[in-house]
Design a protein around this ligand. Structure first.
Ligand SMILES: [Zn+2]
Length: 259
């Protein structure tokens, strides 16, 4: 394929833009895989769940405490009514029965009051645990907000740089002959570096140094000949030749200097 060396060199600009786009895509993947944001989200959710569970435990304990208090009231009322009946006068047998019931009610009341104290102690402990969980939740929220802000800022940078590189790419492809762009795109679909400089005898893509024998056809090639690296297949751009437009006007001196 023949193409003006000036146009061939523009492939290097295209390659530079594509390399930037590849790096931006890598940065995006790295950001998506960054554990900082996921870890902060996970911790915030876990602490939120913990606080919700503890709040539920407190509601359960409050219900239990209410139930015990209601039972204590029932026992007290029953004892009061027993005492009223005793004061109102009763037979010896009735008195014996009432006395025995009062003793049983007193034991029941003591047992219920022990239960209530135990429930209240548990409620106090859960309350303290909830306060600590809420404090940690507040911290986790700050960490998550910072991680979100960092991620948003980095995403914004990547997106704006990607938009810039994409429009540069469009502008470049418009200015490079279609055939050359097509060749570049075909190679680029297969490998990240589709066009590279020939530096001395070394290919800028695969970095393999060409033998003096390999250099003979390269040196003999006309200035507008599109060369490919035998090793990696990329378009080899001769940047050590002076630029030309059109290539056919390259002076004999310029060609001699190269050869
Ligand atoms: Zn190569």
């Amino acid at each position: 394929m023949k193409a003006d060396l000036f146009d061939q060199r523009r492939l290097l600009e295209l390659q530079a833009v594509d390399t930037t786009l590849t790096q931006l895509a890598q940065r995006r993947r790295k950001l998506d895989a960054d554990p900082a944001f996921a870890t902060a989200t996970q911790r915030f959710r876990a602490l939120g769940d913990k606080a919700a569970n503890l709040t539920g435990d407190i509601a359960d304990l409050d219900r239990d405490i209410d139930r015990v208090e209601r039972e204590v009231d029932l026992v007290k009322n029953r004892a009061a009514s027993d005492r009223d009946r005793m004061a109102a006068g009763a037979s010896a047998k009735e008195l014996e029965g009432l006395q025995s019931e009062l003793e049983s009610l007193a034991r029941r009341q003591a047992s219920l009051e022990d239960d209530e104290i135990e429930l209240m102690e548990r409620r106090e402990a859960v309350d303290a645990e909830l306060a600590e969980a809420r404090r940690q939740l507040g911290e986790a929220e700050t960490v998550l907000a910072d991680a979100q802000a960092d991620r948003g800022r980095l995403l914004g940078e990547i997106e704006s740089e990607t938009a810039d590189a994409t429009s540069s790419r469009q502008a470049l492809t418009v200015n490079i002959p279609d055939r050359l762009v097509e060749l570049y795109e075909r190679i680029h679909a297969k490998q990240p570096i589709a066009a590279a400089e020939l530096v001395g005898r070394r290919c800028g893509s695969c970095r393999i140094e060409k033998s003096p024998a390999d250099m003979i056809p390269i040196k003999a090639a006309p200035i507008d000949e599109v060369l490919r690296c035998e090793e990696c297949g990329c378009v080899l751009i001769r940047t050590e030749l002076p630029g030309s437009r059109p290539a056919t006007l390259a002076s004999e001196d310029e060609l001699k200097k190269y050869q």
